[in-house]
Design a protein around this ligand. Sequence first.
Ligand code: TYM
Length: 333
Amino acid sequence: MLGDKKVVYSAVQPTGCITLGNFLGAINNWLKMTDDFLSIFAIADLHALTVRQNPAEYRQRAMSFFAQYLACGLDPSKSILYFQSHVPQHAELTWILNCFTYVGETGRMTQFKDKSAKHADNINMGLMDYPVLMASDILLYQADYVPVGVDQKQHLELTRDIAIRFNNLYSPTFTVPEPYIAKQGAKIFSLQQPGQKMSKSDPDPNGYINLIDPPDVIARKFKRAVTDCDGKIIFDEENKPGVSNLLTILATVTDRTVDSVISDFEGKGYAELKQAVADAVIEKLRPIQENYNRLVKDKAYLTEVYKDGAQKAAKIASRTLSKVYRKVGLVEG
Ligand code: TYM
């Protein structure tokens, strides 16, 4: 809570590309919240340094992600949009919160375990500290709600634990945030391995839809999507993960329920389902891609927006950080 407004905070880390999973699980829900809340959305560019990045590519990708935020409809007059690295309070609060987080807690995180297995030659401190930086992101802004996909739930629980622990030790300091996980679309699965989440770092590009994939590529990827061989269009995540994923995508993209979508396919087959999903996704992404192609060329505008965002964010963040420094007993500077 800030003033009389509840706060919404979320972020995406600039690895790989923004996928349809990121859009349906997160950004699409952010868009619905900006009228009612003080909304703050970051590009989590410090987080993504936990895996090796090529500096030139990384800089370009981070800018591309920022342009995609705007292209999706995030409006800088309604939300604070910025790069995490431009607001030094994130790293500063992380240090303090590190001293209130146990090694066992971060070591237990599923994402830490997955990434450690994937990057066995680079299990760095940052990888383990990742959820504490995320807690700092959220707690600096006194966020009430954090709209994310299912995969971030565990990090949110740790954020809440850290906030409650600190509040109990030093009197109420942080708002304890609630995850906001939509009923539909909070976990979109890979098109090639429908048992696994659609991931932006999947080495197989056929597994995910990039928000800026051209229409023919989107159509091809859906055409190749893995289903099963019984031919029935029903929702059964356990036994028919591929078909269920396509139904979820179609329903979420068109703002309908899965049940209502299924009724369109009586007597029809998988080819028609795949075509319908592809058409709906292409239609949904068309205006976003048009905006993106225009915005990505306008460096001056993007710079103006992110600088203004960082300034506004820093104002809020520095207030929380000063409070924290005072509470833990640091001498006032
Ligand atoms: P990231 O960058 O992996 O993902 C961004 C958002 O997309 C959601 N998401 C999905 N939703 C549905 N289906 C999928 N297949 C799918 N894949 C990803 C994620 O849940 C997330 O909401 N640590 C975060 C970024 C972060 C953050 C924060 C989030 C940094 N600081 C503060 C919230 C608040 C991450 O890596 O998300």
